[in-house]
Design a protein around this ligand. Structure first.
Ligand SMILES: Cc1ncc(COP(=O)(O)O)c(C=O)c1O
Length: 387
């Protein structure tokens, strides 16, 4: 830090330089991110509420009212009246809150080391959460890249505190059989958390495929909480995660007294937290409505189908599975995925590589358009042919 401050113009010249180092969503070349360009209307609302602090809601009653309306709207979207929850920093914090609730509930009647049953492909946030909460993760194998429901019960012990299921896996965008897992949770009286950080803003807006319904929300009676992130397919600026909880009493388990603030207690992990994310989410939910999100989601889903079919025509490419959502996974014959990733990066394309399966991963977010895919496929073919 300098002893004296600098001239503002020179600072902003530096900022421009930093900005130039970043990739942009507009380029259409970010093909591996679960975030996208924030909607300008949401950004306008974000800026309008940037100084508000939801950690001290008595000072910012309008922001607090917006948060409860957002939770109500998201609850109803997920087939739950009278939902409770919060707008948080992202999926990690939302999952953390759910696991903390499950642990507190478990400890009311048990004294063992709590265990959580997760699919092997659960997001890495659980690798942070479990040690932080001293909870033992118990990983269930996958069948066709989804949690193998037929074996879940074999993993339940007296110390099982919860089951986690995925509605939109990070690597493949696949949705677990939540209806069946919900029955298992109910039968065994276990807390069930659905991580729909990614799928939460997609599945409710998709055209219903009757042969393969993606039934994932509170309409499954055993579901206790759902992570749903506005800063992914909800088009809100980062940070905006969501945790929606069925039973108000469960959220109260997180309550701590906040003596020096304007409200008596708090039920979030973060103390001082922005009201801007809530304002952006409130605005986007009102601005787009269901029909607006349906349009956005179905454009991405159509582009995913188009891309999938284009890739299928390249003989050296092996697709991993049929996508449920807007993520495509594939391998190229006799070519290491990380090597291909590096080659594509040199040509300006940011594609990610998944670990399980070890494969190329494309996420077709709303900033990716058909012309970008046409260009990408051309480049990909060239790289494969040059091999
Ligand atoms: C399924 C799932 N859960 C949780 C997360 C974590 O979300 P965040 O990065 O917003 O904390 C992600 C992130 O991609 C995710 O895909």
């Amino acid at each position: 830090m300098l002893d004296d401050g600098r001239n503002v113009d020179s600072i902003f010249r530096d900022l421009e330089e930093f900005k130039k180092m970043n990739m942009t969503y507009e380029s259409g070349r970010i093909l591996g991110s679960m975030c996208t360009k924030p909607d300008p209307i949401g950004l306008k609302a974000y800026k309008m509420f940037i100084e508000t602090n939801l950690g001290d809601p008595g000072l910012f009653e309008g922001s607090a009212k917006m948060e409860s309306q957002v939770i109500d709207m998201l609850g109803k979207l997920l087939h739950l009246d009278d939902a409770s929850g919060h707008i948080v920093t992202g999926g990690t914090e939302a999952n953390f809150m759910a696991m903390t609730i499950a642990k507190y509930l478990f400890l009311e009647n048990n004294s063992g080391v709590p265990e959580v049953i997760l699919p092997c492909n659960a997001h890495f946030s659980f690798k942070k959460i479990c040690p932080m909460l001293s909870v033992k993760p118990v990983y269930v194998p996958l069948k066709d890249y989804r949690m193998d429901c037929s074996v879940i019960e074999e993993y339940i012990t007296d110390n099982t505190m919860a089951i986690v299921a995925l509605a939109g896996s990070t690597e493949l965008g696949l949705v677990d059989d939540i209806a069946r897992i919900s029955e298992i949770a109910q039968k065994n009286r276990l807390y069930l958390h659905v991580d729909a950080a990614f799928g939460g803003f997609i599945i409710p807006f998709m055209k219903n495929d009757k042969s393969h319904p993606l039934n994932f929300d509170f309409s499954c009676e055993g579901v206790d909480s759902i992570t749903i992130d506005p800063h992914k397919m909800g088009l809100a600026p980062v940070p905006a995660g969501g945790i929606i909880i069925r039973d108000k009493k469960h959220l109260e388990k997180l309550s701590v007294k906040t003596p020096y603030l304007t409200k008596e207690k708090q039920t979030t992990v973060v103390g001082t937290r922005t009201g801007a994310s809530t304002a952006a989410t409130w605005t986007l939910l009102n601005y787009y409505g269901k029909s607006g999100y349906k349009r956005i989601v179905n454009e991405s889903i159509s582009l995913t189908k188009y891309t999938y079919n284009q890739l299928k025509q390249i003989p050296q490419i092996k697709l991993t599975c049929k996508p449920d959502l807007n993520i495509i996974s594939f391998k190229v014959e006799n070519m290491d995925s990380k090597l291909l990733q590096r080659k594509l990066l040199k040509l300006g394309w940011r594609v990610s590589v998944s670990e399980n399966p070890y494969a190329m991963r494309l996420v077709l977010m709303p900033h990716v358009k058909k012309e970008h895919i046409t260009e990408f496929i051309k480049t990909l073919k060239k790289v494969i042919e040059e091999k």
